[in-house]
Design a protein around this ligand. Structure first.
Ligand SMILES: Nc1ncnc2c1ncn2[C@@H]1O[C@@H]2COP(=O)(O)O[C@H]2[C@H]1O
Ligand SMILES: [Zn+2]
Length: 962
């Protein structure tokens, strides 16, 4: 739109007037936004606790730059960045660089400082006269980076501050831009001044500053504004992000540093950006005469070596640990004693400490026969690989080529790096910690001794490595989520590979809050406490405070989780009650889904289409539930009490008829007191494929069935397992070869009945389907019988039933007779106790709530029956993986593997997702053992090597092989 000159001027004035007082777009507001959403929460008092101390300690010793004066890197770095980013990614291109000019800088630079202090007269004032510049005297005593006087860099800095980057390309938009620049610049001078402004901008003389900057910038803009537009040169945006990067780097000495933010604003280059900054800040490039381009190359190589696909072990984690290490190196008790080589070694070790991490832990590598495990003989496999990879990057970058080899500097550095990285093996934490503790106890740490300094650096890196729980809550929480996601991914891999799922990696049986509370308590707290004992300063106090705070948060979440589970269980039961009370007709749906009460979704969100695959649990006909479990609360109570005491066995006699269809269908054994648990808990998968019961849609059908069952005595209707196929020959043989006896009341009744009464409505085509096969069983009155029943129903194959089926329309009497005979026969068989089979002892650790009602029964399954059909038992031992499989269980483990694992007998494996209540953890070692499966490492390596390794591992393998 064309405008006349007058209109343009007028609108410009208007805009300017609107911008007055507005902080939008200014550096402060940007910084505030950063702080709000990320780390730099300025209002975070706990974090501010140590700011002064950090400030005090942030000055480097010797000839090192101070962190505040630091944010420059060499322009030589730039050739390795992308063309567009290159000129701007160098911290030296920041506007600060021009502002922070020492007297040696050009007059143009000093001129840009002046408007802040006063308008024109001071514009030409030397920084010496500025009170602000005098405040920065100390940083400038350090060797001046060469780029500070570079005209090219200066012009870049100038360009950055130019309002031409305004997308509108209008002079009228410039005041905002100029103020942004000026405030940003000012804050850059002193980090605290920035905070002051953010906290209480009213107290600061911003008005004057803005006015001064505004005038100056306005003039500049007028001169250069026409030539460049953001629409044409989008790279100008890099300038903006540079400001953000610089802002964060300037605060990188603070504990509330957020590596995620740096990653975002640096376009995914947080690691090299931070490293260049730190190397420059510590003066390492100058001291060792290192080529900045090679340094950049090294950091880029290392960054590439991290797997960006890892949720946790990626280059952001490396940057986080490096920054933490930087914080530690700045502490007075350490920094005063370190040599430049030790500083460089510490930083490099931190940068590369998890290089090429595959995202799975050592036991996984061993279990999958990864070549790295063999290469490093199952000892600190990952750590060995990290430091060796670091060495290869060092060599490839050529950074150390210039180090004089005569003094052994290079060898010393490499040794130090390897030793530090190896110390990060978390399974060896106790070893290092004890050593450190001893020194602290006896007060024998002498930082003048090289070996003591080295020990301190090892501990420092270890602390840095697991320091994420000590960050402010929002940051710490993010790390926790990421590390747990990585754990869970490993668990998924293990499941896919039919490996035992590591307890802490099983997303179905544990939760993030639980992992975190354990890790915080048993791993982090012991280490950080000792670290605090050593440092005894604000930083360590802040870390400890954050740790305690975060731990409380996770503990609260654990409690909430438990409360939620309890609530869900109750509501599930209530919902079941409600459903059942509404009438049987509606519940007797053809759709098996309708038989399921609402599933708790706190752990696994329900995917409807995946229902049948994994999530279904309440596949028991509703009538069973209603009658036995949910309907009668009194019975539930008595059941609970009866679990504790041995109960008398009931004789099988006709159950008293009950008006309820449900109760009739779920025929109860009638004990004399009727306190026996009457529920016949059926695992969901047994019911899933078979729709015969679910297909009873009318009361007529149900009544027929009920009549049959009722007259047959105390029966219970269950559905038959339909998978996997059994070895029918042996089963047939076992059935056929045994004489059938009659009537033993205490034994199991296991037979099959052709439900001809169901065939009326289902049509002939379905007659012979598996879905029509039912098992009518006696109600078991004792725990033992109940367990047997569960096993029996799990093992009875439909195929067998079919093959052994009697006449097409067996009468109820017939079925009863057969059942009685078989039962008696089975009862007479001496069987080994099933407890000897460890597979039957496996339980899930924390089943979702909807399985809760079955839990007591599961427990009983382990207290296996003294009387148990031989063939059933054999089935268990041979087909463990599927006979014990639950609807929500992961894919079965190969029987051969199960046997191998079962022989290990460790509670840390949950085979096939099986639940098992873990023994309480009381120490760091126990927690670590749980996390790493170290006890079984050797046995697991006997497992055959798998071809379907995770991508990372495959890549890894290929890389190594080549
Ligand atoms: N917040 C956390 N929760 C659980 N484990 C963690 C957490 N932070 C770090 N770890 C573990 O501690 C290990 C320390 O060494 P790594 O970085 O190799 O791998 C780390 C993770 O396995
Ligand atoms: Zn790490």
């Amino acid at each position: 739109m064309q405008r006349c000159g007058f209109c343009s001027v007028l609108s410009g004035l208007l805009r300017r007037a609107m911008c007055v007082g507005s902080r939008r777009g200014s550096s402060e507001s940007y910084y505030r936004e950063l702080g709000d959403q990320d780390t730099l929460k300025i209002e975070d008092k706990s974090s501010d606790l140590s700011d002064d101390a950090e400030e005090e300690t942030s000055l480097c010793h010797g000839n090192h730059d101070s962190p505040r004066a630091s944010p420059r890197s060499s322009p030589r770095v730039t050739p390795h960045t992308s063309p567009r980013v290159t000129p701007h990614t160098s911290p030296g291109t920041s506007p600060r660089s021009s502002r922070r000019t020492s007297p040696r800088t050009s007059s143009r630079t000093s001129r840009r400082d002046s408007p802040r202090t006063s308008p024109r007269p001071s514009r030409r004032a030397s920084p010496k006269t500025s009170p602000r510049s005098s405040r920065r005297t100390s940083p400038r005593t350090s060797p001046r980076p060469f780029w500070r006087t570079s005209p090219r860099m200066y012009s870049r800095a100038f360009r950055w501050t130019s309002p031409r980057i305004s997308p509108q390309s209008s002079p009228r938009t410039s005041p905002r831009m100029s103020r942004r620049t000026s405030r940003f610049s000012q804050s850059d001078i002193h980090p605290d001044s920035l905070e002051e402004k953010v906290h209480g901008s009213n107290n600061t003389p911003q008005k004057n500053l803005s006015a001064g900057r505004f005038l100056t910038m306005h003039k500049r803009r007028k001169k250069r504004l026409i030539t460049r537009s953001l629409y044409i040169e989008k790279a100008l945006l890099d300038d903006l992000s540079l400001g953000q990067v610089q802002c964060i780097l300037n605060n990188s000495y603070k504990w509330k540093f957020n590596a995620f933010t740096l990653e975002n604003v640096s376009g995914g280059r947080c690691l090299p950006v931070l490293c260049v900054h730190l190397f420059q800040m510590y003066g390492l490039l100058n001291h060792f005469n290192l080529d900045a381009a090679k340094a950049w190359k090294l950091f880029s190589l290392i960054e590439e070596g991290y797997h960006s696909t890892n949720p946790y072990h990626n280059s952001i984690h490396a940057a986080d640990v490096t920054q933490a290490m930087h914080c530690f190196l700045q502490q007075k008790r350490i920094r005063d004693h370190l040599t430049p080589l030790e500083i460089m070694g510490s930083l490099l070790a931190a940068i590369a400490h998890d290089l090429d991490h595959p995202g799975v832990n050592q036991p996984f590598l061993i279990a999958t026969s990864n070549h790295l495990a063999a290469l490093y003989q199952n000892t600190s496999v990952l750590e060995n690989h990290h430091w060796r990879s670091a060495m290869s990057c060092l060599i490839e970058s050529g950074l150390l080529d210039q180090l004089p080899s005569s003094h052994g500097l290079r060898a010393t550095l490499e040794k130090q790096i390897s030793s530090l990285i190896l110390a990060t093996d978390i399974t060896r934490q106790q070893e290092y910690l004890n050593h450190f503790k001893n020194h602290l106890d006896m007060n024998t740490l002498d930082m003048r001794k090289q070996e003591h300094r080295h020990l301190v650096l090892q501990i420092a890196l270890k602390c840095a490595d697991i320091s994420n729980p000590c960050r402010p809550w929002e940051i710490s929480r993010k790390w926790s989520l990421k590390v747990c996601e990585e754990f869970f991914r490993q668990g998924d891999y293990e499941r896919k590979l039919n490996l035992p799922v590591t307890a802490l990696c099983d997303r179905h049986t544990t939760s993030i809050p639980k992992i975190q509370t354990g890790f915080f308590k048993f791993v982090v707290t012991p280490l950080i406490s000792e670290w605090h004992r050593f440092l005894q300063n604000d930083l360590s106090s802040q870390m400890l405070n954050n740790l305690l705070f975060n731990q409380q948060k996770w503990e609260t979440l654990v409690l909430e989780e438990q409360a939620q589970e309890t609530r869900t269980e109750i509501s599930d039961a209530d919902a079941a009650d409600d459903d059942l009370d509404t009438g049987s007709d509606t519940n007797m749906s053809d759709s098996s889904e309708l038989l399921l009460p609402p599933r708790r979704c706190s752990l696994n969100p329900v995917r409807h289409n995946a229902f049948k695959e994994q999530l279904r649990r309440f596949s028991v006909p509703l009538n069973v539930f209603q009658d036995s479990k949910f309907k009668n609360r009194e019975r539930e109570k008595s059941r609970a009490s009866s679990l504790a005491e041995p109960r008398p066995r009931c004789s099988r006699s006709p159950a008293p008829s009950e008006p309820s269809l449900h109760s009739q269908l779920s025929v109860r054994g009638h004990c004399e007191h009727q306190q026996e648990p009457t529920e016949r808990v059926l695992s969901s998968e047994k019911l899933l494929p078979d729709s015969s019961i679910a297909s009873i849609t009318t009361p007529v059908q149900a009544t027929r069935l009920n009549t049959v069952l009722k007259e047959g005595g105390s029966w219970k209707l269950v559905r038959q397992q339909t998978f996997p196929p059994l070895e029918s020959t042996s089963r047939e043989h076992s059935l056929a070869s045994r004489p059938i006896h009659t009537s033993n009341e205490d034994s199991i009744f296991l037979t099959r009945v052709r439900p001809d009464f169901l065939q009326f409505d289902q049509g002939p085509s379905q007659r012979d389907s598996k879905g029509h096969q039912l098992v009518v069983r006696d109600i078991k009155k004792t725990d033992t019988e109940e367990s047997s029943e569960s096993s029996a129903e799990a093992s009875e194959p439909p195929r067998l039933q079919k093959e052994n089926s009697e006449p097409q329309k067996p009468s109820k009497k017939e079925s009863t007779t057969v059942g009685s005979q078989l039962r008696d026969n089975l009862a007479s068989m001496p069987l080994p106790p099933l407890e000897s089979d460890p597979l039957l002892q496996r339980r899930r650790k924390s089943m979702p709530a909807d399985v809760f009602p079955f839990t007591p029964k599961e427990r009983k399954v382990r207290e296996v029956p003294p009387v148990f059909p031989q063939f059933v038992h054999r089935t268990f031992s041979e087909k463990e993986s599927w006979t014990r499989r639950r609807g929500s269980a992961p894919l079965p483990v190969a029987p051969s593997e199960l046997r191998g694992l079962a022989s290990l007998g460790s509670p840390r494996h949950s085979v096939n997702g099986g639940r098992r209540k873990p023994s309480p953890i009381v120490s760091c070692q126990q927690w670590l053992a749980k996390a790493t499966l170290s006890i079984q490492e050797r046995r697991l390596q006997k497992f055959p090597r798998r071809s379907s390794l995770p991508v990372e591992v495959c890549r890894h393998t290929n890389a190594e092989d080549t």
